[in-house]
Design a binder for this molecule. Structure first.
Ligand code: SAH
Length: 271
């Protein structure tokens, strides 16, 4: 999997790729990474990348021209919007349009609060791609024509406004790269939050007593079946308390097995 990140402050992203499991995945050749500084594609000597929006309004917008050039350098090519535009070929895509599908350089994602919500299922989908081009906005966002011409998906990391796409891109990179084959052991991914439509159960490590709080007895019992059952009940209690929408969706889509359904129905308030 190759990530290409376009940003005004790529050093924020660069630092992440040098750390921990990610650094190992890069070293092992499972993950590749390239950052592109959008400012390098500005036309003037001040490397201007923003201007006031047409029609007025607060703040500045990122200019289309540096963004378009940076995207072409990343291997993105324009959508086939205009009659007479030349279709994109794999070699030398610059300035050409694509007849259909995704650019030779990969699926282009623009991080945006107006995008579709990011979630574990989308992280899995992204992890299955050969390459992703992540476009990070700043200021009030980017010129719409860049979205129309190049962007395959607008993705939001939540219903709040960040000041930069770099932070959002990091969430997408982090959630997807760990799902790429061989980065993390498959069994570590099986029991985590969202994997079976429930949040994770509470976990404890040494010492047995911390600040007078004892580790639940069942976890010290060595009884695998009791531990499994306790964990499932805790998952359900937690999910009901903080994310009842996940329980509702799981019930509606038939995601849960009989045991899980029985526990859910036995807890007051759910019918
Ligand atoms: N004026 C815009 C917000 C721009 S915030 C609006 O009201 O929608 C500046 C940049 O931060 C955006 O271009 C985007 O790349 C990024 N960003 C902010 N919030 C985000 C979110 N929830 N998800 C993904 N990216 C976000």
């Amino acid at each position: 999997m190759k990530y290409t990140v376009l940003a005004l402050f790529p050093e924020i992203i660069d630092a992440y790729f040098k750390n921990s499991i990610m650094a190992k995945a890069v070293e092992r050749g499972i993950i590749a990474y390239r950052s592109i500084n959008i400012r390098d594609f500005a036309f003037d000597k001040h490397h201007t990348c923003d201007d006031a929006p047409y029609g007025g309004g607060a703040g500045m917008l990122m200019l289309a021209e540096p963004l378009g050039r940076a995207l072409e350098a990343a291997g993105a090519c324009k959508r086939f919007l205009h009659a007479g535009a030349e279709p994109c070929s794999r070699a030398g895509t610059a300035g050409k349009a694509r007849a259909s599908g995704v650019s030779a350089g990969g699926r282009v994602i623009y991080l945006s609060p107006s995008g579709r919500p990011f979630c574990q299922a989308l992280a899995r989908e992204f992890a299955g791609e050969e390459s992703l081009i992540l476009l990070c906005g700043r200021y009030e966002g980017i010129d719409q024509r860049i979205i129309d011409l190049y962007v395959d998906d607008e993705v939001s990391v939540g219903d709040y406004v960040l000041s930069s796409g770099e932070v959002a891109a990091l969430s997408i990179i982090d959630a997807s790269y760990r799902l790429v084959d061989q980065v993390i052991k498959a069994e570590s991914l099986e029991e985590e939050s969202f994997s079976g439509g429930l949040l994770e159960y509470p976990q404890y490590t040494r010492p047995e007593v911390y600040d007078t709080i004892q580790v639940p007895e069942v976890l010290l019992s060595g009884h695998h079946e009791h531990i499994r059952r306790w964990r499932l009940e805790k998952q359900i209690e937690k999910t009901l308390a903080v994310r009842p929408d996940l329980i509702r969706r799981g019930l509606e889509t038939g995601l849960f097995n009989d045991e899980t359904c029985k526990i859910i129905h036995s807890i007051e308030g759910i019918s």
